[in-house]
Every structure is written in C-alpha cells, then in structure tokens.
Design a binder for this molecule. Structure first.
Ligand code: ADP
Ligand code: MG
Length: 317
C-alpha cells in the first residue's frame, strides 16, 4: 500500500500476507522460484514453450455490480483473465493481482480471496505477486500461460468454408446481468453471470485444430466480427435453426429474446472458434454456420430467407 501512514500500511501488509501469500499451501507451484513477498517474483518458464500474457481490469459498479458477493468478485475477475488464456489455447501458469480498495474490510478480503483461490486452484494457476492501493474498488489481474511454439490460437487464421462453432449455449451472461438488475439473486443465468467458467480445456484441445479462436465477451456477432476482420475481411452466414433452442438456462425467454441473447449477449466467456471441415466438433459445442468470402454477417432462416446482420447492433427477425 502506498500513500498511507506507516502504521496503517504495516497493518495492511499483514492483511495482504494473510489473504494473498499462500506459500506452499498445496505444495510447490510449478515454475515459481520465488512467489509473493520480495520486490518481484522469479519464475521459470516451461522449457521450449512460448509465454502468453493477458491483463484485464474490472471496476466495481462498471464491470461487476457493487453489491456482488466478494467471493464472486474474486472468482469472476480471475475467470475473465483465464478466459483470455483459454482463447489462446494456453495452459495457465501464474498471475499478478493489483487491488484497489476503498478501505481494508477483512470480511470482504477474506471472501474475495476464497472466490479467487477457488478458481485459481481449480485452474492450476499460482498467484505470484501484486500490488494494493487505496481508491475506488478495482481488480486488475495479469495472467501468464504457456503454449508449445507456434500453437497458440489466434484470431487471424479463419478460412472460407470453415465452420463457426461455440463452446456452449451463449446468452446466459447477459441474461444473468438483466436478472441481477431486476433483483434476482439465484438461478442458472445468475450463476453464470457470477461465476463464468473459462473454457481452458476446450482451448487446449483446439490447439492445432481450430483455425481461429476468441472468447465471447462482447457477444457472438461482435466477436465473430473480430475473427473475420483479422482473417482478411471475410464474412459469415449463420443458420438460424442451428442455434440451440429451449435450453434450460434461457428457459422462460421468448424465441426472439433467446436469439437476441445468443447472438448479441456479452459476458459469456465461452469460446468462439472456426474449424476446418475435417475436424470433429468437440463435445458440448455447437456449429452455427460457416465462413464465407463475401464480407458481412448473414442469418439464414430454415425457409432459405437470408437477413443481413450488423456485427454490433441488433436487428429484429
Ligand atoms: P513493493 O513496494 O516492493 O513494490 P509491495 O509492497 O507492493 O512491494 O508488495 C510486497 C510484496 O507483496 C510483493 O512481493 C508483492 O508482489 C506482494 N503483493 C502485494 N500485493 C499483493 C497482492 N494483492 N497479491 C499478492 N501479492 C501481493
Ligand atoms: Mg519493493
């Protein structure tokens, strides 16, 4: 903690030690020569691998609700970063945590650490250092992973004829946010919103198979737009009847609303990827359409009618 009186900052140091320095809690962490506590961490990258790095900052009241449980905040902020590693096909290794706190609230810190480490332990990623400052609540995480040389999944490799696939039913992230704003605090969509599941295993399984990959943070159409633009201004046609229908998580929404959530909802943190014809669709994934030479996004109805879609905006069907 900087910019605070000595006595208080000592106190806060011990809090940080208590909640964030967990040397040897489950044996030595892979590649961690020196973890939190010194001026910087010392890390040994896996031999012959490339490192993959990402950083994401979440602000209270902006990226997560102010009244979200501290444990869910910890889980969610790490999940968002792990989802970026998943989208690159990386194996998670280490992360740094930069916390800005309005005050030192032990109950909040303890809950935050519980949620954070629940996911960190599950994903096999180690907290190796960080920073704490005082100010409006903000959680910034820098995560590092590794991939075999040249095997990272990128956005720029999609080719005409590739299938466009998603790692599950999209739309739950936005539905969860809407339900939260309506005062709901339980249910499948709320759970997804609180604790998104980064698709690390799927990303790793797609190495050497998918031609392009991205994680869905802005919605299928917007994120597909990023892949198509990066891959040389290609286009795509999605099949309306290929979108999963009447799934538990979107139950209760009209068909029109389900389509809107599935194509436009953000915060899903599922992988969106392109697969060449010979590659099998991994379990739990859906194929939504195909990459085409003609620029732009199109939606084909079962009767053959084709509607033009905007990458960002939503259009009625
Ligand atoms: P310095 O002032 O030398 O930069 P800090 O006082 O910021 O160091 O941090 C002291 C040690 O505690 C460092 O090893 C740092 O990585 C670690 N640390 C600080 N904040 C956190 C945190 N939120 N999570 C994990 N480790 C942290
Ligand atoms: Mg120092």
């Amino acid at each position: 903690m900087t910019d605070t009186p000595k006595q208080q900052s000592l106190d806060e140091f011990s809090l940080i030690r208590r909640y964030f320095h967990r040397h040897g809690h489950h044996g030595p962490d892979a590649g961690v020569v020196l973890g939190p506590g010194d001026d910087a961490a010392i890390l040994a990258p896996p031999a012959g691998q490339q490192l993959v790095m990402t950083q994401d900052t979440s602000l209270g009241g902006r990226h997560f609700p102010d009244d979200m449980d501290a444990a869910d905040v910890g889980y969610r902020c790490l999940a968002v970063n792990l989802s970026d590693l998943a989208a690159m096909g990386a194996d998670p290794l280490w992360f740094l945590l930069s916390l800005t706190l309005p005050d030192v609230d032990e109950t909040w810190l303890s809950g935050f650490a519980d949620g954070l480490f629940a996911l960190a332990d599950q994903a096999g990623i180690s907290l190796v250092g960080g920073d704490v400052t005082r100010g409006p609540l903000s959680v910034s995480i820098q995560a590092t992973g590794a991939v075999p040389p040249g095997q990272a999944l990128r956005r720029d490799g999609a080719r005409v004829g590739d299938r466009i696939c998603v790692g599950g039913v999209t739309g739950a992230g936005l539905l969860g946010l809407q339900q939260w704003q309506q005062g709901m605090r339980s249910g499948a969509a709320i759970d997804h919103f609180r604790r998104p599941s980064p698709q690390l295993s799927l990303g790793q399984a797609l190495r050497g198979r998918a031609t392009a990959c991205i994680d869905i943070s802005d919605g299928v159409l917007a994120d597909l737009g990023h892949i198509l633009a990066a891959s040389g201004n290609l286009g795509a046609c999605l099949q309306k009847d290929a979108l999963p229908r009447a799934t538990a998580v979107l139950a209760g929404c009209s068909e029109e609303e389900q389509l809107r959530l599935q194509l436009q909802g953000g915060d899903d943190y599922l992988l969106l990827f392109t697969l060449p014809a010979q590659e099998k669709l991994p379990p739990g994934c859906y194929c939504l359409g195909a990459v085409e030479q003609q620029e732009g996004l199109r939606l084909a109805a079962p009767d053959g009618t084709i509607t033009t879609l905007q990458a960002s905006g939503w259009q009625h069907f």
